[in-house]
Ligand binder design. Sequence first.
Ligand SMILES: Cc1ncc(COP(=O)(O)O)c(C=O)c1O
Length: 449
Amino acid sequence: MRLKTPEIVVEPPGPKARKIIEMHTKLIATTTHDPESLPLVVERGDGVWLYDVDGNKYLDFSSSISVSNLGYPTHPEIKKVVIEMLDKLAHAAGTDFYNPYQVALAEKLVSISPGVFKKKVFFCNSGTEAIEASMKLLRHSTSRKYFIAFIGAFHGRTMGSLSLTASKTIQRRSYFPMVNGVIHVPYPNPFRNPWGVDGYEHPDELVNRVIEYIDYWIFQHIVSPDEVAGIFFEPIQGEGGYVVPPKNFFTELSKLAMNYNIMLVDDEVQMALGRTGKMFAIEHFNTIPDIIAMAKALGGGVMPIGATIFRSELDFSPGAHSNTFGGHALACMVALKTIELVQKYLPNVVKLERLFKEKLFELKERYAHVGDVRGLGLAWGIEFVRDRKTKEHDVKTRNRVLYEALRNGLVLLGCGKSSIRIAPPIIITEEEALTGLEILEVAIKNATR
Ligand SMILES: Cc1ncc(COP(=O)(O)O)c(C=O)c1O
């Protein structure tokens, strides 16, 4: 039976958690941990619930960065696939030999992704690799070398994808020089953009500003459009703050790209597979990208797997790109089952979107520090400000909210400069969602009083 309420038996971090955090700090590279990291030491999971090493039980509104969309630990149907595959095949050099499992997954990805043209798939292990493959594919199969990416974007941390990433300076600091030829432009963030346009009131004006910025300022002054291979974008900026652009932005961007024969690269690493109520977030925007990069949720919260789906006019020539684990048989079959299961939960995401929208907008009405609420499906961002007029970021309150939520049994993750993201597993029930939303309100109340 699914458990109904969180249970905090000891204030986190408890004694066991403290010990592990201490050892972790000594032994493990700091990766993304910063002084604001939550002291959560996860031991196990059950559905939408996480248990820490001290026996605290939390409701999870993070899906471990939109990976565990089907919850914890392993969905029984995925467990069955894993066991079956362990009796058959886990790995057999998918990029050197052939196997039927990656063919089956590629066929599925081609059929469910937007666009009815011929496509191919490149398999890898992570989001950053799916983006690297997109960059290499574009340079390899077109004569163009430049890329456009958006300010606020997160596309990964290896040198190629990092050169596209423009989320936080700390992520880029000391890595200069990165890959040449990336030009950053403003993202149409309705709440916070360089022009001070209220993008909720005037979405067309905001969209026009961004399109004009690229078409005039970049293409007339910096690079000729016939040298630009691709425009990389996130349909909803994830690490940048769960920022949703105006509805018609991507159709306008697509027109611009088509005008100059520039490829559109849709980074769905954080949003794909059901998070927004559609398999791919770009489906909300009536736009067909030329390349789609995905990872995270594709592995069902069990296997690391990434994929780049692309128009087959683009392609690598033999030997031009490869890796060891791409096309991993077990990972592919887990991904295939994941797709089937996620499809079943899409109606749940659509149903719960209404609930989250209603409750989160109520929070905006009740708490002055809640500056902006935005989202789709089960992907919501709340941005905290010190003052609604000046929109000065309120990092302190955001951090307090994260900790207050944890103390009260709710796991949340920050994003952007002063935002939190709400991204529960898509298997969440209405009752569980309401429990989490109540704790969120308590956390905001405690953090802002
Ligand atoms: C939109 C997006 N692209 C790419 C990446 C990089 O993925 P990975 O961490 O698997 O390399 C991330 C990771 O958060 C992401 O959110």
